[in-house]
Design a protein around this ligand. Sequence first.
Ligand SMILES: *Cc1c(COP(=O)(O)O)cnc(C)c1O
Length: 388
Amino acid sequence: MRLENASKLVSLGRPSPVPGAPVNSPIVLSSTYHANGEIAYGRESNPAWESIEEIVGDLEGGLATLFASGMAAIAAVIETLDAGAKVVVIEDSYNGTRHFLDDLSSRGRIVVQNVNGLDLPSVESALDGASMLWIESPTNPLVSVLDIGKLVELAKSGSGEVLVVADNTFATPLLQQPLSFGVDVVVHSATKYLSGHSDVIGGIVVTADEPLHRRIVERRMLHGAVMGPLEAFLLLRGLRTLDVRLERSQENAGFLASKLAEDARVARVRYPGLASDPGHKLASEQMSGFGAIVSFEVGPLIALGEVREGSSEWVAAETEADRVCEAVRLCTFGTSLGGVETLLERRRRWAWEQMTPPGLIRLSVGIEDAHDLWSDLDAALGQSVGKK
Ligand SMILES: *Cc1c(COP(=O)(O)O)cnc(C)c1O
């Protein structure tokens, strides 16, 4: 029977339907197993991991491997590189990925080149001699939309075979399946939408390449970055409702983005669901929805590189954005994203967010009532913007 994703999320990864068997994958708390069975030891596998891997693998169109965190999943993929390999990475990729790559390159293990993913000619020239291209779309926190198909084409057209890896955390497999565009490996921070309740740290790698999949599983055994059975239970439980959570979050995000876009107190809104957004057309083609991350800027609009850090305009943008984050009541001021609760933060407060304008607030829109969310943001903007 052919199933839609909403049905797969609910029905896959269940124990066999024999009379008396539990409907849910049980929590198996055991580090070791009776000999000569399928699992020998807890670092190899766990029944709940397998349920999650069955679901996410099916949705992405490959073989999934569960890890203890998104970073563990990312590290496992990067660790498959040979010494001296060159990695081309989109410059506004997740900060942890860039930090990890820079750390390896500073110790002479690999060579790293950062590129602007929207500038295809510069990506093409950077790919010369590269072994891996690391992409992410939509990006964090600028919410830019990259042309995945074109980037894959560039990576595969050169002399060497460049392995393309896509971080699909923002889109989830429901909105975008990078493997279908020819991407070789997908990674997820399952901490975000897949679990959806801000109560688990987890990560997943998916690939349709079987030898590579075996190497990834081997990385997990060797590095030992495994998820505990209780976390796996929480992740699996969250995953069952991904479709409805995302649908509501996305609807709310569209509503808030249009409210913010028409508000004079807001300098700029970045959300590919807005017809005026530079990524709108591309996102309409390569995604089946626009996601639930909305970034917006308050204070004077700052063009990076043109306005000096610490200047009065810069500080004004920073101060207004900080005030908005402190003033919300229903939304939560905090980092992370993809949970049922609406989270927001001024991203530039982090030292590594050098590509982010000072007044940019990233909003991870949750599943609360859309009008309540707008009332909260409206009041927070009223208290914060244009006030001395
Ligand atoms: C959070 C995040 C990660 C890192 O995942 P953890 O689960 O925190 O280790 C990687 N990529 C993206 C896009 C993320 O948002």
